[in-house]
Design a protein around this ligand. Structure first.
Ligand code: PAF
Length: 280
């Protein structure tokens, strides 16, 4: 495994691989790696001749400076895990390396940045698009791997690929959960014992909500979920929406011929948890 800190060194290596016809997979991360990331790395390794894992806590996607400050940084452990997973190349750039100039690109993400996470975290998806576009430019991968847990991010990245006209496959990887159903996230380590115990309520609620399809309309399911969270004092529901998977518009009727996804965000202590479930 080779760790690169500059774009020049990384691209020099990647050019050699490309010249010998090797396929390249990219796994973008912000570090604090867990089993969810490990599964992306394994899938990427299976599908490509060589993979690049990037580790970069991207300041432009944090709308809350305290969240950026508190974001877990565990580089030594991350590198150890990646070594064990036989990652080929790891890219650990500095902020200056990724943002050498003030030029800020903006992308027309339409409704994708106005709804759900976009509404709650102003500018977040422009920040994600900034860094992901720069990583795509640097690595020029054949495939890039994103977890379905950040479902809205996945849809945004697919839109970004369309906007940039890139010949690149975005591979969506299944959500990895703890045994009690909590979706893996780097922020979970910051939950208190009591919060961690309460957290699976989110996934259980999504599952129960999906079962209500037979007897309730989408609007009724939404109301049912909102009521259920009101009875759970430790968490505050930010949103629950059942949306289609292209523009993320709310589903109003189960008969609509679209892929339906239930998406939820809650505040639990100082931590925001997001999760989702395919409702088809
Ligand atoms: O999902 C993440 O960890 C980040 O949003 C990403 C895609 C690495 C961009 O910084």
């Amino acid at each position: 495994m080779i760790v690169y800190r500059t774009k020049n060194d990384l691209t020099r290596h990647l050019d050699t691989l490309r010249k010998s016809g090797k396929s390249i997979g990219l796994v973008p991360t912000m570090g604090a790696l867990h089993r969810g990331h490990a599964s992306l790395v394994k899938i990427a390794k299976d599908q490509n001749d060589a993979i690049v894992v990037s580790i970069f806590v991207n300041p432009s996607q944090f709308n809350d400076p305290a969240d950026l400050e508190a974001y877990p940084r565990t580089l030594d452990l991350d590198l150890e895990m990646l070594q064990g997973l036989k990652a080929d190349l790891v890219f650990v750039p500095s902020v200056q390396e990724m943002y050498p100039d003030e030029v800020i690109r903006t992308f027309d993400l339409g409704n994708l940045e106005r709804t759900m996470e976009g509404a709650q975290r102003k500018g977040h998806f422009q920040g994600v698009a900034q860094i992901v576009s720069r990583l795509f430019e640097t690595v020029a991968p054949h495939r890039a791997y994103f977890g379905q847990k950040d479902f809205q991010q996945l849809v945004v990245v697919r839109r970004l690929v369309e906007i940039l006209g890139l010949d690149l496959e975005i591979v969506a990887c299944p959500i990895i959960r703890d045994e009690d159903g909590l979706a893996m996230s780097s922020r979970n380590v910051r939950l208190s014992r009591e919060e961690r115990k309460a957290a699976p309520f989110v996934h259980i609620t999504l599952q129960l909500a999906r079962e209500k399809r037979g007897s309730m309309s989408p609007a009724e399911v939404k109301m049912w979920v909102e009521l259920r969270f009101k009875e759970q004092p430790i968490m505050k529901l930010e949103y629950f929406e059942i949306v289609e998977d292209k523009e993320l518009m709310p589903v109003t009727n189960w008969g609509e011929q679209v892929n339906k996804v239930g998406c939820v965000a809650v505040q639990l202590g100082k931590i925001r948890l997001i999760d989702n479930l395919i409702f088809d």
